[in-house]
Design a protein around this ligand. Structure first.
Ligand SMILES: Nc1ncnc2c1ncn2[C@@H]1O[C@H](COP(=O)(O)OP(=O)(O)OP(=O)(O)O)[C@@H](O)[C@H]1O
Ligand SMILES: Nc1nc2c(c(=O)[nH]1)N[C@H]1C(S)=C(S)[C@@H](COP(=O)(O)O)O[C@H]1N2
Length: 197
């Protein structure tokens, strides 16, 4: 039997001193998993990490998720602001083969529709090998906000996830398919694969 959707390996990384030490409950990993499970039709192998705001540790986790676990997509949450221990963008850039500035630009634009402090997030996205790594802010509610946007608003605010499937096509990863009620993925017509199964 031909599987209908490609299997995808996704790394989700919550970066928080207090959540990783048990000072408060981590809401980052559940929020990431919840939104991605609703948005994606593909079967997912999850690789989860809950780690403190330490630059070398964050870079090591990202390298391990991509190079050893073979993740196609890695999403981080937390540590993107201006505070001394916010070092997620630096740790992400340290493992980059290519920088993808459009994701950070679009996320800050989207977030302005929710909070005036959106410009305080220094979030970046990069390619390492065939994997796409994207930083999201630490507020758990910001995860759905930035991934999904406000597609029903006038004018609509497109979430960043709409561009993720085609980006992963281009890096040579699995074909990601989304539930259009949550997130309509954009691909050029020539890149759309006919339904299987
Ligand atoms: N993993 C998490 N789980 C639950 N809430 C979180 C998490 N990360 C952040 N938050 C909430 O979002 C706020 C802003 O996130 P930020 O990444 O700036 O955290 P922080 O103030 O640097 O502290 P910490 O790294 O200890 O979470 C936090 O103060 C907290 O209320
Ligand atoms: N969508 C969204 N973006 C957001 C926020 C938010 O609540 N929602 N918080 C902002 C704030 S207050 C900060 S300080 C920065 C950085 O957050 P981080 O250090 O938790 O990553 O993200 C910004 N971006």
């Amino acid at each position: 039997m031909t599987p209908t959707h490609d299997r995808v390996k996704i790394g989700i990384v919550s970066i928080s001193d207090r959540a990783s030490s048990g000072a408060y409950e981590d809401k980052g990993l559940p929020a990431l998993k919840d939104w991605l499970s609703k948005a994606l039709k593909n079967p997912v192998d999850w690789h989860e990490r809950l780690i403190p705001d330490e630059q070398d540790g964050i870079s090591a986790a990202l390298r391990e998720l991509v190079d050893v676990a073979g993740c196609d997509l890695v999403l981080t949450t937390g540590g993107t602001g201006p505070a001394p221990r916010d070092v997620t963008p630096e740790a992400t850039l340290a493992v980059a083969d290519k920088v993808m500035p459009g994701f950070g630009e679009q996320m800050r634009q989207i977030s302005l529709a929710f909070v005036p402090t959106a410009i305080l997030s220094r979030q970046v996205a990069v390619i390492r090998g065939r994997a796409l790594i994207i930083n999201l802010p630490g507020q758990p509610k910001s995860i759905a906000e930035t991934l999904q946007g406000l597609p029903q608003a006038t004018p609509p605010v497109h979430g960043i996830f709409a561009a993720v499937p085609y980006c992963i096509d281009l890096t040579g990863g699995p074909y990601l398919e989304t539930d259009e009620a949550i997130c309509k993925a954009f691909r050029p017509k020539s890149a759309i694969r006919p339904p299987r199964g």
